[in-house]
Ligand binder design. Sequence first.
Ligand code: NAD
Ligand code: G3P
Length: 333
Amino acid sequence: MSKVAVFGAGSWGTAFSVILADAGNDVTMWARREEVAAAINDTHENPDYHPGTELPHNISATHDIEKAAYGADLVVLAAPSQTLRKNLTDWAPFLPKDVPLVSLMKGVELGTLERMSEVIAHVTGAGPDRIAVVSGPNLSKEIIRREPAAGVVACADEDVAKTIQARVHSPAFRPYTSTDVVGCEIGGAYKNVVAISTGMAAGMGFGDNTQASLITRGLAETARLAVQLGANPMTLMGLAGLGDLAATCSSPLSRNRTFGEKLGQGMTTADILASSHQVAEGAKSSHSLRELAAKVGVDVPLAQYVDDVVSGAKTVGEILDEMLERPTKAETE
Ligand SMILES: NC(=O)c1ccc[n+]([C@@H]2O[C@H](COP(=O)([O-])OP(=O)(O)OC[C@H]3O[C@@H](n4cnc5c(N)ncnc54)[C@H](O)[C@@H]3O)[C@@H](O)[C@H]2O)c1
Ligand SMILES: O=P(O)(O)OC[C@H](O)CO
């Protein structure tokens, strides 16, 4: 049986390991904390992220990087976007030299403004034919309950995407292939920012019209930036675009939407971060996407407004007034 190494034993690393195990792979997860690895091995449960869910017995875990990577013919990366570079610098010396590296992250790095596949390329030296992205409407709590879902496996090399597709095709998870890595990554990172804005609206007490307007204009903004960066616009109408946007913006399970709700209710970013150890990637990606868009000359008002509230530069009341007072224009502009 083939072995997959999954680096990151958080919400998504664990749920994605279940997909891999159900698809017939032996999975070794690398956990940052030794006690999490021990719990997974001893109790077949990840008590921190998915308490009460029994993991398949072809999943094991270790805190030892070398042991996690040893013998793997597929490597999956599931760390927070803003720590990936540091994590990968530690992991890279132990990774098999010729196997595909699959990114599960949805974010853009602060400072460098690199997408996760770019960070992976720079840290590991892997070429585009070895770097893939899995994205789509995949809330980990639903995935781990084996509720039916679909996703996209994107790689510049279509044959590699097809190979990975076969490895992640489980009874409950239906993967599609794509060669549009840029579109999938921008769609995945941007939907977190839009989910924060939708959550803000809900937190302020606004209903479905407001939220649908934000989702739709958010998708327009996402597509503008993605296309400028070279994406196929149809990718943004697919699972890694509209699909993920719809799931994340409407689900109470989304950490990004929940983060936005708390901002909308008047909490500060510092207070919200102190109350949870899990990532709401959009809080940081609103800034990196805003800067990336400025760099390539694309107008992204929603990302700017979210960033302004997250950073404390403006209140939700102030950005609401500003959004409504913006000059009107054609929908397709
Ligand atoms: N949770 C989901 O439903 C979901 C679905 C699809 C994609 N994603 C994406 O997957 C990526 C990982 O998300 P997640 O939900 O697993 O996050 P998480 O916070 O639940 O887990 C992050 C994991 O990374 C580890 N880690 C390693 N170094 C770290 C560091 N320096 N600081 C903090 N954690 C560190 C943590 O220990 C943990 O195992 C994110 O980019 C997220 O957007 C998440
Ligand atoms: O909980 P969130 O907001 O990080 O969203 C999780 C996934 O990205 C949804 O596909």
